[in-house]
Write a protein that binds this ligand. Structure first.
Ligand SMILES: C[S@@+](CC[C@H](N)C(=O)[O-])C[C@H]1O[C@@H](n2cnc3c(N)ncnc32)[C@H](O)[C@@H]1O
Length: 281
């Protein structure tokens, strides 16, 4: 009887503590918000986030018009919020400063970037105070065909942290030390090389936003740099890939998206636990 009472009380205290911890001012975790991320992050107290995975706007005058996507025009949601190239460094410095504040000391961030504005991303990371751990290259298939120059078919992914001694990294979360491929090569070594050849996902017949990260990349980053129940944050959600994959791997999620249609699409995917959504006719 006494044992039951003690365990009931302890559980109650744990529950209260959980609710208290989950409520970060006006922003709650396991939710996403249709908000400018710089304003949104100001509502989050410092040292709350375990991992950030993000793919900010490109600043290359990218226009997400349905007409740009000939084959599947009617299924691509339009409205991508772009940043002017001349404002890109200031914009980048602002959102990165907020990320730095809300990240735990043990936390880390992966930022994707094309090569065009990479210099602003690298400069802002240094100026804000992040420590750079790796510079990963993601090689994808089907770059835009060009006549008089080489075809761009890679993205950069900067792996950074606040404190190199405290950051989490789980080197054998995907392959054990002795795991070998049929040709005798070490699988964990190969998986940890910093050039990743990962295919883009083509969602023919389904609703989509113009740019999205493949789930395979997000899964890989989550497995190396987070644990179950960790809070994973994406300030630029787009289709919601970071949140959707985090939820499927039992991580908690949080994020912002400024374009209402993209936010609604991401929310629908999360609420219905659907990875892909058929476009209704
Ligand atoms: C490159 S996309 C992200 C794609 C995403 N990683 C995915 O897999 O779907 C960048 C997104 O940031 C959004 N965005 C731009 N400025 C924003 C801001 N200040 N706050 C929140 N979202 C913003 C854009 O509308 C766009 O959807």
């Amino acid at each position: 009887m006494i044992y039951c009472l003690i365990s009931l009380l302890t559980n109650e205290i744990i529950n209260l503590e959980t609710i208290f911890n989950l409520k970060m001012n006006k922003v709650e975790i396991d939710k996403i918000y249709n908000k400018n991320c710089i304003d949104g992050m100001k509502l989050i107290s410092k040292n709350k986030i375990d991992l950030v995975i993000t793919d900010p706007p490109f600043a290359i005058n990218f226009k997400a018009k349905k007409a740009n996507y000939n084959r599947t025009a009617s299924r691509v949601l339009s409205g991508y919020n772009e940043i002017k190239p001349e404002n890109y460094y200031d914009f980048t410095f602002s959102w990165m400063s907020e990320v730095f504040r809300i990240l735990k000391d043990s936390g880390s961030m992966y930022v994707f970037s094309g090569w065009n504005n990479l210099k602003d991303i690298l400069r802002a990371l240094d100026d804000v105070g992040f420590v750079t751990i790796n510079h990963i290259i993601w090689k994808y298939q089907f770059g835009v065909v060009t006549k008089k120059k080489f075809v761009t078919s890679h993205y950069h992914c900067l792996y950074v942290c606040k404190d190199d001694k405290k950051r989490k990294f789980f080197p054998f979360s995907r392959f054990k030390q002795g795991d070998k491929s049929p040709d005798g090569r070490s699988l964990h070594y190969r998986d940890k090389e910093d050039v990743w050849d990962i295919k883009r996902e083509y969602w023919s017949g389904d609703e989509k936003t113009p740019t999205k990260l493949p789930s395979e990349i997000i899964k890989k980053l989550l497995e190396y740099s987070s644990e179950k129940k960790d809070i994973v944050f994406d300030p630029f959600l787009g289709s919601g890939q970071t949140a959707v994959v985090s939820k499927s791997l039992n991580r908690r999620y949080l994020g912002f998206e400024i374009v209402p249609d993209y936010y609604k699409f991401a929310k629908k995917r999360l609420d219905k636990d659907l990875y892909r959504i058929k476009k209704s006719k």
